[in-house]
Write a protein that binds this ligand. Sequence first.
Ligand SMILES: Nc1ncnc2c1ncn2[C@@H]1O[C@H](COP(=O)(O)OP(=O)(O)OP(=O)(O)O)[C@@H](O)[C@H]1O
Ligand SMILES: [Mg+2]
Length: 260
Amino acid sequence: MRHKPVVVGIDGSPAADIAIKWAAAEAASLRCNLRMLHAVAAHEAASSAGEVVYRAVRLARGLAPGIEIDTRIDKGTPSTVLVKASSDAEVVVIGSRGLGVMAGALVGATGLDLAANARCPVVVVRPDLAEPDGTRVVIGYDGSPAGDTALDYGIDYARRHNLAVRVVAAQPTGTELHRITEDQLREAVHKRDGHDAELIQITGHPAEHILRLSSDADLIILGARGRGGFAGMLIGSVSQTVLHHADCPVAIIPAAAIGG
Ligand SMILES: Nc1ncnc2c1ncn2[C@@H]1O[C@H](COP(=O)(O)OP(=O)(O)OP(=O)(O)O)[C@@H](O)[C@H]1O
Ligand SMILES: [Mg+2]
């Protein structure tokens, strides 16, 4: 029994409904509460916020009758409200498209901000893929602390959901920078009891390989940052590319969630 809740951001959009579905199943798997959080701007009407929450609770109850649900309506932007809530959460779940101005992009400002700053893993669920039925998790490993936490999270998730584990360590072409040896990869995975994991070491663009090797994935898990990168960017180029192009939910481990 874990004591922190699964937190899901809700806004009444179809994308949020898919996020609720994922979050309710995860709360049932973790045997923890489901916390539904609706962020409202200062000028927003309380009645419409109440309606959003009421609908969300009804949906979650229908999906996972056994779980305990609590709800919060909080003033602020979705990302500030969700980052704050992430201090007391197992995982924060959002849909990749909300109702905002970024509606055309797969992952909007809320998703990127949250992936960069949350204090627990962040799962982004795509609204157009309502029924993920993958058989494995795919973990991107680059030897960074975030990559290690991605292994922890991914192996635990796979165990609870009875999924195979595939770990991908890609070596960008034409550079020896940050090369992971086969021994390092095996040790990192076996340390976490991932003895059945399939380890893939491959040369080429990490995001391209991860996407290509995820056609049968139920969840992709990556760090927000890796071993390279510029401090100024919200999240790294691999995690950003995968977030935008994945055909399944993606879990991102923010810097502030490493080791937790
Ligand atoms: N070579 C790789 N092979 C497998 N997974 C990778 C690789 N590089 C990155 N990843 C995954 O993506 C996550 C984010 O790393 P990313 O490379 O996007 O950020 P960064 O290194 O900080 O910045 P950038 O590489 O864009 O300069 C890592 O924590 C890891 O999970
Ligand atoms: Mg990198």
